[in-house]
Design a protein around this ligand. Structure first.
Ligand SMILES: *Cc1c(COP(=O)(O)O)cnc(C)c1O
Length: 815
């Protein structure tokens, strides 16, 4: 991109004058962030427009990535780096006496996602643009994203995330492309204005969907793709009649009801939401997106819809957008008069579905009554899809009524969205090798039996532009100094670093870089939370959503165990360790919230006991989010990936840590398995039961947690300390955690996630960590081997896999 420093400066001052009535000397940090971002967008804009022109001029197949979540984080640094103008912008600002780092920290995260699933969508967009593929994101412009987490008295307290308070300088509102989405009403059949007999809806509630576009800037190329997010509003504004009658509340009621649809992200990660508003959100953005795509198709190609699959592939990110399947049927049949068989054939060539979890509670099902009331015509179409499917099933399995019932898209009063997705899509993919294997052999084995050709694996990845180049500039420089540029767009090149594993100078430099990153994090947490961190200690980090299957409880029980040892035996002298946690819990997830309280309670005790003497510190980082991850991960020595084997579909933070030179302490779960395959067993710390072992214990109902308590007095002691007054004088605070481990409550088995079974093995792995860390050079050598072998975990590789096996896109080079 061409950068004109004088023009940039002129744009910057013009924006400040126009928007804030200020000159440079009067502008505060926020004004400057806004003006710098707006001026950068000016520079990016010609490429954005040219990319769109290019796609229109030569229509080829395009990807549409439908996702209820895009966890984008901050845009400024990413866009400056990807468009290649970071250094120039920094220079201009320096000339004006403005510190770039301060401005960067003014940008609120676009927290439009919960965790891994939403962040994956964001990494994919970055890779698609960088690899010059025509592909776009479609989602919801939530007015409030992921809640802001405060810790008060050790408890999580949620505050609204008003990220649009000061307008977003990156978004472009496209009112000209608004569409109408209809809810409710009655199904009618009859002549429409064009004289055709069709189904239509009467008395529907109409909601306007208005797109806001965000640029997705490719790295080192001119491609700028689009993330299109829909905002809901009422087409009628407020009711003037009611207003004139002085019924002010009722006058705006309908407006508020419409706007509520894009008001707030549901903060449930891999959990049920089951609320009607959530279904409204799902239909709202999928219907708007399909209307958008079909308008474009009709305008550019025409109404021969048999060509539709040549120009579109739609990837469904989990079941959240699966209602797009009957919606496309509806649009084709009811609005363009396509017959059922042709419409179904188009649908089957267009949709591909990604499964993200095998947790039963995360498989979306909608009660028929809610679904039918809200989307009567869509329900009718789902029924017809299922009626036809059941005819096939009865022929395949004539006597097997259990199987017929279980696989029916509608049963037990509910609509099974995953079943609809698998039946209608031409591709069903898992997100790591183990996950895909478990889908095929366990959770979805009936489906794999009838549609084996649909199932495939696409191991997740993360973008090295954000998670290495931008977040760890010193390590990026270290890499480039040794293997040159090129790894930014081809991460397999990192393999070239293996030449340096026995190079003393490289190892020393690597140690120094890690120390700097630890000092930077310590500095940041000093300012934000008044926490003291010793950069010489091991930074042992677990950052991810709080969920029982992720087993933060195992981590904290081990810390309680270490604390006991230190207090009981003053001669015990392990290397100093800092345990860092960051985690948000779903607002209604009681047990997860108790674990947060436990971590903070243990932190309070350990950090204030003088007998500990710097050997142990526990830090809970408030409000974990993308911008915080970018600071924590480069500063970490140990990457805690300790989920119960078989439960973490892939994980992606495990990959971010690996790239940044942290060693994995983990179970053989999700992508950890592939990480160890790449890095070598000696360069990670693996412990615990395997997925096969867990499946066996599960099926035999043979698990007895008491056995582990009897066998290990140290374990029995820490478990008992949950209720014996050590951490809570009443003994009640953590009683539910205790009961869930030892007895099992609310109809659950005891210790559902095998925390006690894996405890001893985890302690041993942690002892190995401590022992190996004392040889800093040998440790650093292992981190370099990890970095050198992290190439597989670039989302560029993942995207090339999707393109080759599912999407079949051609690169479009933008001049
Ligand atoms: C990468 C990332 C995640 C996913 O973490 P996992 O450990 O893979 O669950 C969640 N939240 C944020 C902010 C992330 O950056």
């Amino acid at each position: 991109m061409t950068f004109d420093a004088e023009q940039f400066k002129a744009n910057l001052t013009a924006r400040l004058r126009r928007q804030y009535g200020k000159d440079i000397s009067q502008a505060n940090k926020h004004d400057l962030f806004d003006a710098v971002s707006a001026s950068a967008l000016e520079i990016i804009m010609p490429n954005w427009m040219e990319t769109r022109r290019e796609y229109e001029a030569k229509p080829t197949k395009q990807l549409y990535y439908l996702s209820a979540e895009f966890l984008m984080g901050r845009a400024l640094s990413n866009n400056l780096i990807n468009s290649g103008i970071m250094e120039q912008v920094k220079d201009v600002l320096k000339g004006m006496n403005i510190n770039y780092d301060m401005i960067e920290d003014e940008e609120p995260d676009a927290g439009l996602g919960n965790g891994g699933l939403g962040r994956l969508a964001a990494c994919f967009l970055d890779s698609i643009a960088t690899l010059q593929y025509p592909g776009h994101g479609y989602g919801i412009r939530y007015e409030y994203g992921m809640f802001e987490q405060h810790i008060e008295n050790g408890y999580q307290v949620e505050y609204p995330d008003n990220w649009l308070k000061h307008r977003d300088p990156w978004e472009v509102k496209r009112s000209d492309l608004s569409v109408t989405v209809k809810f409710g009403g009655q199904i009618k059949y009859g002549k429409t204005p064009d004289g055709q007999d069709r189904f239509y809806i009467e008395n529907a509630e109409e909601v306007t969907a208005t797109p806001y576009d965000m640029p997705v800037v490719g790295y080192g190329c001119n491609t700028v793709n689009t993330l299109r997010l829909w905002q809901a509003s009422s087409p009628n504004g407020f009711d003037l009649q009611l207003f004139n009658d002085m019924q002010y509340h009722r006058a705006v009621e309908r407006q508020n009801d419409a706007e509520d649809i894009s008001r707030v992200l549901y903060p449930n990660d891999s959990g049920p939401s089951g609320k009607e508003l959530r279904l409204r959100q799902q239909y709202f953005f999928t219907s708007a997106s399909l209307q958008d795509l079909i308008h474009h198709f009709v305008n550019t190609v025409g109404t021969d819809f048999s060509k539709f699959p040549q120009y579109h592939v739609i990837q469904l990110n989990d079941t959240h957008p699966v209602v797009a399947i009957p919606e496309l049927m509806r649009i084709l049949m009811d609005e363009y008069n396509v017959g059922w068989d042709d419409a179904w054939s188009i649908v089957q060539k267009t949709f591909a579905y990604t499964n993200h979890t095998i947790l039963a509670e995360a498989l979306e099902k909608w009660p028929i009554d809610i679904f039918q009331r809200l989307l009567p015509r869509i329900y009718q179409i789902v029924e017809e899809i299922n009626r036809r499917f059941m005819i096939e099933l009865r022929q395949k399995f004539p006597e097997d009524y259990d199987k017929q019932n279980h696989m029916s898209i509608i049963h037990d009063g509910k609509i099974y969205m995953a079943w609809l997705a698998i039946h209608a899509s031409f591709s069903v993919n898992g997100v790591a090798e183990l996950h895909t294997k478990l889908l095929k052999e366990q959770e979805l084995k009936n489906w794999n039996a009838i549609y084996p050709q649909k199932f495939n694996n696409k191991t997740n990845g993360v973008t090295q532009r954000r998670w290495l180049l931008s977040s760890n500039p010193e390590l990026a420089e270290f890499i480039t100094a040794r293997i040159g540029h090129g790894w930014e767009t081809d991460l397999s090149k990192l393999k070239g670093l293996e030449k340096f594993v026995d190079d003393e100078k490289s190892i020393d430099e690597l140690i120094a870089i890690k120390l700097h990153n630890k000092e930077r994090l310590a500095d940041c947490l000093k300012h934000t939370q008044n926490e003291f961190l010793d950069p010489e200690s091991i930074f042992d980090t677990q950052v991810k959503r709080l969920h029982e299957y992720k087993r933060q409880l195992l981590n904290v029980l081990h810390i309680m165990y270490l604390y006991n040892r230190i207090v009981e035996d003053p001669s015990y002298n392990p290397p100093a360790r800092t345990f860092i946690f960051g985690a948000k819990s779903a607002s209604g997830y009681r047990r997860a919230k108790q674990i947060i309280k436990l971590i903070n309670t243990v932190a309070e005790r350990v950090n204030n006991d003088r007998r500990v003497g710097g050997k142990l510190r526990v830090v809970f980082v408030e409000n974990y989010r993308v911008s915080m991850a970018e600071k924590i991960i480069p500063a970490s020595d140990v990457s805690e990936q300790i989920s119960t084997a078989g439960y973490e579909a892939s994980g992606t933070s495990n990959m971010k840590f690996m790239m940044n030179g942290a060693l994995t302490l983990g179970t053989l779960d999700g992508a950890n398995i592939e990480i160890v395959n790449e890095a070598g067993e000696d360069n990670a710390f693996i412990f615990g039961l395997t997925a096969d072992e867990i499946i066996k214990i599960n099926s035999e109902h043979s698990y007895n947690p008491q056995k582990y308590l009897d066998r290990s007095p140290a374990l029995a002691k820490v478990v008992n300390q949950l209720v014996d007054g050590t951490y809570d004088p009443t003994g009640q605070q953590f009683k539910e955690l205790y009961d869930s481990l030892v007895y099992g409550i609310e109809g659950q088995r005891p210790d559902v996630y095998y925390v006690l079974a894996d405890f001893d093995s985890y302690v041993q792995a942690q002892e190995k960590v401590a022992a190996e860390y004392t040889d800093r050079k040998s440790w650093a050598r292992k981190t370099l081997i990890n970095i050198a072998n992290s190439g597989k975990f670039s989302s560029d590789r993942t995207i090339e896999d999707y393109v080759r096996d599912i999407w079949h896109l051609k690169k479009v080079v933008v001049k």
